[in-house]
Design a protein around this ligand. Sequence first.
Ligand code: ADP
Length: 366
Amino acid sequence: MVEITEQRVLDALRTVRDSGRGDDVVALGMVSGLNVAQGRVSFSLAIDPKDAARLEPLRKAAEAAVAALPGVVSAVAILTAHRAQPAPQRTPPHAHGEKPGLAGVRAIVAVASGKGGVGKSTVAANLALGLAAQGLKVGLLDCDVYGPSMPLMMGVKDKPTKAVDGKRLAPPVSYGVKVMSMGFLASDKTPMIWRGPMVANAVEQMLRGVEWEPLDVLIVDMPPGTGDAQLTLAQRVPLAGAVIVSTPQDIALLDARKGLNMFRQLEVPVLGIIENMSYFHCPHCGERTDVFGHGGAKREAHDTKVEFLGEIPLDIVIRDTSDSGKPITATQPDSKHAEAFREIARKVWAKVSGESARTPPRIVVQ
Ligand code: ADP
């Protein structure tokens, strides 16, 4: 089978021209959030919102050009609102009172990554569970419009129900964490095609149309890249901060830097970087191999003056537990991976709450 690379997708997109502006969509810098995973391609085309109707055929043409590539299973293009100058208005962190937060929710933390497949959702789920393990009340909001995976990862069996007030939704609870997902909004079989304004509306609904309170912290699993969901979230509610998940590969890190810069531009504090699939832990011999050149995220954190929050190895047990709805932090709390996630969670909570980490008392056997 022909392997689909970002380069091939971009080459295909170079054949798609915006006749209004006389150049192709790549040259015009419209393509962002490109994600290629197992033949499934998604990306967004940044446009001025007033051109949305005029550019719908362009969106379709871009999708068709990519879908025609051999090896592509599906191609999804969304139009996202590109705001030219001035930069998006956002309330600075010190003035949270000016922007309505979520009543009864102390802190909202976004989990982001530059590209897909780096384990962002796995980290988001285990981070939420690590926070819950500290006795905190935790919610997990899956805003990954391209591939909502939380219902599966958190082993959620129930759908949201109507809240007592009759207007909002009450989220199902799994392993003690309230979970809400874009995936609940669509049936399993119909892939959703999202346009910019739809993403913004859905994010808004997921925030204010859900009975989250009372919560200490709401973890939001963002779609990969830099797009409308990130922009909407940062603009509509005060964010306590963002956590960036990256693999050690340099290419992933270049993408991670884009995410980092976006949050900085939106004046969202970047709480730190987590290196996932940091090294390979062999389940048979226990040996450790640095598959992707371990330590890239740590260097990146140093270079960009962001805290390095920790590293999680590539381990089949993480994959198995997370893909079978039994996240390791909840189901194998004594494992060292669970401890690593709890340690990351302690750092994150210390940063957003200003409280020093609640470390459980250590029992020392003499
Ligand atoms: P993303 O949200 O970035 O697209 P996911 O969290 O969905 O990524 O992870 C992609 C795949 O990689 C999943 O099958 C997941 O179980 C697996 N995975 C994530 N982190 C690890 C890890 N540290 N070790 C092994 N497998 C992992």
